[in-house]
Ligand binder design. Sequence first.
Ligand SMILES: Nc1ncnc2c1ncn2[C@@H]1O[C@H](COP(=O)(O)OP(=O)(O)OP(=O)(O)O)[C@@H](O)[C@H]1O
Ligand SMILES: [Mg+2]
Length: 240
Amino acid sequence: MNEQVIKINGISKSFALDKSKSVNILKNISFSAYSNEFISIVGPSGSGKSTLLKCISGLLKPTKGTININSVDPYLLSPSKVAKMRRTEIGFIFQSYNLVPALPVFENIVLPLRLSGKKISKTNIEKLLNSMNFSADLENFVNTLSGGERQKVAIARVLVTNAKIIFADEPTGAVDESSKRLIFKILRKLAGSGVCVIMVTHDIDLASKTDRSLILKDGKLIKILNRPNSAELLEEMEKG
Ligand SMILES: Nc1ncnc2c1ncn2[C@@H]1O[C@H](COP(=O)(O)OP(=O)(O)OP(=O)(O)O)[C@@H](O)[C@H]1O
Ligand SMILES: [Mg+2]
C-alpha cells in the first residue's frame, strides 16, 4: 500500500521587498504525495519550483496554508525537532549543491551520516559514485570539481542517508547525457522501493518518465498530469 507522506494544503508564499511592498510567489497550492511515487515539478524559470520545494521540505515557512510530512507540520516543531526531521526523514538535493568547499568529496558525502552518528561504509560510497560515473578522487576538495561532479557529490550525500522522502531540485541540470540517465535510473529505482521522490526538472523527457507531473506557472499549480507523456507536457508548458 502506498502511504501518504506529504500533504500540502493551500500554501502561498510571499516575500517582503520593502516595508510596504511584497511579491506573491506561490499561490494557493495543494497536493499530496505518496511513498513509492516519483513526482516531477515542471514550469518556466521563476515560476516558483525551488520556492515550492523549500516550503514543502521545512526549509521555508509558507505565508499561508499547511504542510504535513508524515502527518507532522514541520513549522509547528521546535528548531531542533525540525532539524532532526530533516536529518532522518528527508533528503534535499539543492539546485546550487550546497556543498562545503573546505571539505573533500568524501567528507561532504558522509557529513549527514556523521551528524546522525550513523555507520560509514567507504565501499558503499565508492559504489554509489561509480554508479553515477563519478571518477574524481574522493580526497579532492569539492571546489576543484566540475559543476557536474559537484552535482553528483550533492546527490550522493543525500542517497547515503536512505531518506524515505527525497527532494531533488534539477538534479541532472549540470551533468552530461549519460550521467543524466544513470542518475534518473537511481531515483526511479528508489521510487519503486518505497521512497517518495519529488524532482524539479526542465527536462521534458525525464518528466515524462515520472508517475505524475505538477505544472507550475506564475506560482500557480495549473495542472497535474498522471503518467504524463512528452506531448502532453509540452502542450501544457506552451499554454499562455
Ligand atoms: N528570498 C526571495 N526574495 C524575493 N524574491 C524571491 C526570493 N526567492 C525567490 N524569489 C523570487 O521568486 C520567484 C521564483 O523563484 P524560484 O527560485 O522558486 O523559481 P524556479 O521556478 O525555481 O526557477 P528556475 O527554473 O530558474 O530555478 C523568482 O521570481 C525569484 O526572483
Ligand atoms: Mg529553481
